[in-house]
Design a protein around this ligand. Structure first.
Ligand code: GTR
Length: 395
């Protein structure tokens, strides 16, 4: 191309403008468009669900399928065998307050396998079997350092142990590296290559959630762990995953979705902060191919994210925000949680949530719903975890 400097500048400005326009993010509440949320209780046949049996037998499966087909992809569960190898057996840790186990979970299908490395601290002094918080770790592996040389607020295992909970974590890269070029290299290419050819096939977030369920399979075999009290936790992309895992797998007793934002706990139709077109452009490998159809077309989605949270019902669910993390739309997250109330009402559960979002650092913690908007940045901190523990002590 032979453009003079002025033409080059003009071309650049034009391109920058188009690019910005395509991905313009709104942070102005007065510019949030009017929207109507799809009715969580109205079946595809137009019937309004009035009892939990119809919810469980008709509407819940319908919604799961809509999320599979349009957003997160299928969740294959067939495999040939699963094996657990304890590579570190009950090593005393944390001044004798815990023991460390490291378990390698191998899952086989058609003679191929994936390995998930589980780090697990079990309290020595607390009730046995112990309830457990399972972190889906989407950050550096050093955040869940089994040696405890590094102690990260992202996973304050000592705090969990002090409070009588086991602390467990696995890393997302064991299932799908968080990278658009290599995400298929673990679970997808090895166990479920057919998923890669389907428009509603599993992608990275689906693979991570699948991993959480295999850890759950392991917990069911470990007598130190109360498999009926497993709380699945994730932050941000991990928080999108914890919701999808808990929606799919009813064995999780409760779900924590921290700062999960777009395609996590925040409503899409508000179009506030991160939007579908942007997340699909930046992370095309997180969600299925069909999801790309909804770029700039939020209102055409047959679901919105309140329905994903509702799939956790009647189990307890805690969602959070951080005050400076407008990208993840704090208000839209609170409103999504609030919009699940009709489903919990089928189970005669009152949410205890206020009408409007509570103020910064004012957690609302009830028997089934937790919400807070922490002062500060997009992160998961001791403050967040201390509130998750308060919440978990209530059930
Ligand atoms: C951002 C992404 C968010 C969130 C975040 C994270 O770049 O836009 O949706 O997932 O990453 O995982 O920290």
């Amino acid at each position: 191309m032979d453009l003079n400097p002025m033409k080059r500048l003009l071309t650049f400005l034009l391109f920058a403008n188009v690019f910005n326009g395509a991905f313009a993010q709104n942070y102005d509440e007065s510019k949030v468009p009017a929207y109507t949320l799809p009715d969580v209780l109205k079946t595809e046949a137009g019937k309004v669900v009035a009892d939990k049996k119809t919810w469980e037998q008709v509407r819940r499966p319908e919604l799961l399928k809509l999320f599979e087909d349009n957003i997160y992809g299928q969740m294959p569960t067939a495999f040939d065998s699963i094996r657990y190898k304890t590579v570190q057996v009950d090593k005393p840790a944390m001044d004798g307050k815990a023991v460390l186990k490291q378990v390698e979970i191998s899952v086989f299908r058609n003679k191929k396998s994936v390995q998930i490395s589980l780090v697990l601290f079990v309290p020595t002094q607390a009730r046995k079997p112990a309830p457990v918080f399972l972190l889906i770790n989407n950050r550096g592996k050093d955040n869940t350092d089994p040696t405890r040389a590094k102690k990260s607020e992202f996973w304050p295992a000592e705090m969990l142990i002090e409070n009588g909970y086991a602390a467990a974590a696995f890393h997302v890269s064991d299932l799908a590296p968080d990278n658009k070029d290599t995400y298929t290299s673990a679970l997808l290419e090895k166990l479920y290559p057919e998923q890669l050819t389907m428009d509603n096939g599993m992608k990275a977030i689906g693979a991570w959630a699948w991993g959480a369920s295999r850890v759950m399979d392991y917990f069911e075999t470990d007598k130190d762990i109360n498999a009926k009290k497993v709380i699945v936790v994730g932050h941000s992309r991990g928080g999108k995953t914890s919701l999808w895992a808990a929606a799919q797998d009813k064995r999780f007793a409760a779900c924590v979705s921290n700062c999960s934002g777009n395609t996590g706990a925040a409503l899409a139709r508000r179009q506030y902060g991160e939007r579908i077109s942007r997340i699909n452009a930046t992370f095309p490998y997180w969600f299925n191919n069909n999801y790309k159809k909804y770029n700039d077309r939020e209102n055409d989605l047959p679901v919105d994210q309140h329905m994903l949270i509702a799939l956790v019902a009647p189990r307890p669910v805690y969602v959070t925000n951080a005050s400076k993390d407008l990208w993840a739309d704090p208000k839209g997250t609170f409103l999504a949680l609030k919009a699940t109330e009709p489903v919990y009402t089928l189970y005669k559960i009152k949410s205890g949530l206020p009408q409007n979002p509570p103020g910064i650092d004012m957690p609302v913690i009830g028997s089934h719903f937790g919400y807070h908007n922490r002062e500060g940045e997009h992160n998961m901190t001791n403050y967040d975890w201390a509130n998750f523990i308060r919440f978990a002590k209530g059930f």
